[in-house]
Design a protein around this ligand. Structure first.
Ligand SMILES: C[S@@+](CC[C@H](N)C(=O)[O-])C[C@H]1O[C@@H](n2cnc3c(N)ncnc32)[C@H](O)[C@@H]1O
Length: 217
């Protein structure tokens, strides 16, 4: 099987910058109460079901994996970048992390109560996004929940350099309605939608969207 080029570029970009990324961004959700509220809402919904196992897909350094665990679910992380997974293990030694891609999830059908993709579908090109959502739907149990976070917009942001390293990273921005339509097409039912304005932290330039969807019972 030949790996799509976008996966190679994304993995390479995060492998090169994982250590600096961890130093700068590991605590990035701490000062964001609205984002934390969406994580809490998602964990609360999952915790009401019988299956509280949650995959944090594209977990990076595992900041949200740790938060979800503290919110009462059983969280583990999956990331495309082995160096990010190494950082995640160092920052969360009590949690499980594995290398893998959301385009080909290594989890059994119906095995998870929740899937969280926190700013990670942003690296999936449009033509692959439906396949990714079909995969999320496959691994969720009936009544299971999905949380996705992403930047809102129409034009992708291309990054050629990060932390003094050459990278080739594409950050896809999308409209919440478009993402919800794809979720519905994949068999997931949109449940809630939060869009907030960019924070005044010098890092954000677009609104941010947080969508929760459910696999029907
Ligand atoms: C912007 S970072 C966000 C990391 C983390 N969720 C956070 O909020 O700190 C995007 C992460 O998604 C991962 N990623 C990108 N494409 C992926 C894929 N196809 N499968 C799994 N992880 C992926 C990257 O390696 C990177 O760690």
């Amino acid at each position: 099987v030949i790996e799509p080029e976008f996966l190679r570029r994304t993995r390479d970009g995060y492998d090169r910058t994982a250590a600096s990324y961890a130093e700068r961004f590991h605590n990035h959700v701490d000062g964001k109460p609205v984002d934390r509220a969406m994580l809490a809402a998602f964990a609360g919904l999952v915790a009401q079901g019988g299956n509280i196992r949650v995959a944090d897909v594209g977990c990076g350094t595992g900041s949200t994996t740790g938060m979800l665990q503290n919110l009462g679910v059983e969280a583990f992380g999956i990331d495309l970048s082995p160096e990010m997974v190494r950082q995640a293990r160092q920052h969360n030694p009590h949690l499980g992390f594995e290398v893998g891609s959301m385009t080909d999830l290594n989890a059994s059908d119906g095995s998870l109560g929740g899937v969280c993709a926190w700013y990670s579908i942003i690296h999936i090109p449009d033509e692959h996004l439906l396949t990714v959502f079909v995969g999320f739907s496959r691994v969720l149990t009936a009544g299971g929940w999905l949380l996705v976070a992403f930047q809102v917009g129409d034009q992708p942001r291309i990054l050629a350099e990060a932390f003094d390293q050459k990278v080739d990273l594409c950050f896809h921005r999308r409209q919440p309605e478009h993402v919800e339509a794809l979720l519905a097409e994949s068999g997931l039912r949109p449940y809630s939608r939060l869009v907030r304005a960019p924070d005044d932290d010098g890092l954000e330039s677009t609104p941010h969207a947080y969508l929760i969807a459910r696999k029907p019972l």
